[in-house]
Design a protein around this ligand. Structure first.
Ligand code: CP
Length: 332
């Protein structure tokens, strides 16, 4: 039987990700990254987007490097975009099939990491349901290895936060004068946390977190945001509206969580509801979407929706992050 692994909850994971000169060694969280570095990462990502809005063709800046995708939770967008991003930069990319890996035979996550490190993997992209896992791994790898957090429990999803910032900046030009409304299961959402952290660092005008009370964050977690439980109040004059799905896999007891019809009636984003927002408001969703629950299907496909662009930007952002950490990497 596999012994349970415990991961210390690190307060200093933000420090862990930066070299002494402030350059990026790992990407574990957006917390602790300053506005200048966030802006540089967004600018770098922009360079990978061609005039037609698609990501630019291949380059060779990661030639000779190996990227391993280690997804211990399901993913479509993040995993595929890290895979494409690595290949478009000329890296060798290994996608470990977790279901047929030796973790199923009881191997610890650290032994899995040490095994890949011995094969000269340079960058490990990690998604895991355990809080603290990316930082725990980052503490144990050799100097030449970088760890990128691709989704950590309900804690953090920094590359999603970056692609959300990039998409907002492309449409609105900046953050200072914006009202951003994030709607849905904020309490269990790593996407909401990374988006909120990034928006706060970039100096967003107003951030509203809208959800039914059982899915609201604690009042002191994000003191810079307004917690709202009425959707119409929260959407009023918003420039950006981001819908989130209910993270049922992270909710042990669904008592008190509204059923589908009640949820859509009270918290679903629809064309009708969007009339409360600013006339040129954009609609975002990180995916995967549950059409008809948190977002009306016709709205998701409407001109106000930038959901497809978020996906395209995800490749560019991950190219920018891979390139950035590879520049500060010591050779193995
Ligand atoms: N947004 C996001 O993380 O999607 P995936 O779970 O498909 O990677």
């Amino acid at each position: 039987m596999q012994a349970p692994e415990t991961y210390p909850n690190l307060d200093n994971e933000a420090d862990l990700q930066l070299n002494e000169d402030g350059s990026l060694r790992h990407l574990l969280t957006l917390k602790g990254i300053d506005k200048a570095l966030l802006t540089e990462l967004l600018d770098d990502a922009e360079r990978f987007i061609g005039p037609d809005g698609a990501t630019a063709p291949h380059s060779h800046t990661l030639e000779g490097r190996t990227v391993a995708n280690l997804f211990f939770e399901p993913s479509t967008r993040t995993r595929a975009s890290f895979d494409l991003a690595g290949k478009r930069l000329g890296a060798d990319v290994l996608n470990l099939d977790v279901n047929t890996s030796s973790r199923k035979k009881g191997e610890s996550i650290l032994d899995t990491i040490y095994t890949l490190q011995a094969m000269q993997v340079d960058i490990m992209v990690v998604r895991d349901a355990g809080p603290g896992v990316p930082a725990y791994i980052a503490r144990h790898v050799n100097d030449h290895v970088s760890i990128l957090n691709a989704g950590e429990a309900d804690v953090s999803h920094p590359t999603q936060g970056l692609l959300d910032l990039l998409t907002i900046r492309q449409h609105k030009g900046g953050f200072e004068n914006l009202t951003v409304a994030i709607v849905g299961d904020i309490r269990h959402s790593r996407v909401a946390r990374s988006a909120a952290q990034g928006l706060h660092i970039m100096g967003v005008g107003e951030l509203r977190l809208i959800s039914p009370p059982p899915l609201a964050p604690s009042a002191d977690e994000m003191p810079y945001a307004k917690i709202v439980d009425n959707l119409d109040d929260g959407l009023r004059d918003a420039d950006v509206v981001m819908a989130l799905r209910i993270q049922r896999e992270r909710i042990g007891n669904l008592d008190g969580i509204p059923g589908i019809d009640e949820y859509f009636a009270n918290y679903g984003i629809s064309t009708e509801r969007m009339r409360k927002a600013a006339p040129d408001a954009i609609v975002m969703h990180p995916g995967p979407m549950n059409r008809g629950i948190e977002i009306e299907s016709i709205l998701a496909d409407s001109p106000a929706s930038v959901i497809t662009q978020q996906v395209t930007n995800g490749v560019a952002v991950r190219m920018a992050v891979l390139e950035r950490v590879s520049k500060t990497m010591t050779t193995h």
